[in-house]
Design a protein around this ligand. Sequence first.
Ligand code: FAQ
Length: 311
Amino acid sequence: ELDDLQERFDATIAAEQRIEPRDWMPEAYRRTLIRQIGQHAHSEIIGMQPEGNWITRAPSLKRKSILMAKVQDEAGHGLYLYSAAETLGIDRTTMTEQLIDGTAKYSSIFNYPTPTWADMGAIGWLVDGAAICNQVPLCRASYGPYGRAMVRICKEESFHQRQGFEILYELSHGTPAQHRMAQEAVDRWWWPALMMFGPPDADSPNTAQSMEWKIKRFTNDELRQRFIDMSVPQAEVLGLALPDPDLRWNEATGHYDSGEIDWTEFTEVLKGRGPCNALRVSNRRRAHEGGAWVREAAAAYAQKQAARAAA
Ligand code: FAQ
């Protein structure tokens, strides 16, 4: 029986068809998806904070409304992703508890501070740019609800990336002080953006199996390289430098060579010791506790409606 189910699952994956919530799936496949989709959802929700920091200080009404819309999109992405994870048998309450008690992972990138307005540009250009690079292939993930959520998310991320690029372009071509601010933001975000793709392939325990299951379609290093290759010409258009003296075109490989990433920093951030980890989680916990009355009121209302319908 189990062999039949496994065989059908393998055949579905081999045929590039989708696994849907009611289909049988190996427990390890389910666990991997809950892990990746859950972490992805948490990243979107925590990812609202670095930019939320600038909503009240955006330099114009136009910039403020664009930034608010972007941060709202991130909340929406978090919600679709929690819903996709729920189809696998975990509930959002449990995932939220894991996030606010500090046991769940979320992307390392959101543990860095945003001291200037130019960081809004660098996040849009580099962080959303890296997110698109990583997520476009996830539109073809073998698990239906995840792949479908990714399609809409990627469309919105493309707009986010453009708005970040445009902020940096204006600053870069503005006053010398604005140009300097843009360059400093790129200097701050470049290396952490490269870490978003995860550990090097040789140290990535999950990649091989996730590729076999067609959740991931490319390895961490492949996508990181694709992002570097995309970013170099864009930096030239911006008139900004990427902070890597070893970055140079390699005629033989057809890719840019680049310098060593500081993996010690990555490990520290993953262990909760990045510059803003404690702040991000405590803000999230406070927001959750502050929203308790809304959840209670909604539950009481639903109960009253159900009682009325039964009467
Ligand atoms: N940060 O074996 P692998 C966004 C963990 S974009 C923290 O390679 P895997 C949009 C990994 O989970 C950001 N942890 O793992 C936005 C695993 O931990 P575990 C979110 C990381 O899963 C923009 C361990 O290290 N995007 O939110 C990181 O095969 C602007 C070993 O690693 C996604 O989540 C990291 N950077 O590959 C929002 C994309 N890297 O659970 C607001 C979906 C690795 O075994 C503003 N996820 N780890 O203890 C993925 O594509 C994959 O999960 C990877 C990691 C590629 C991130």
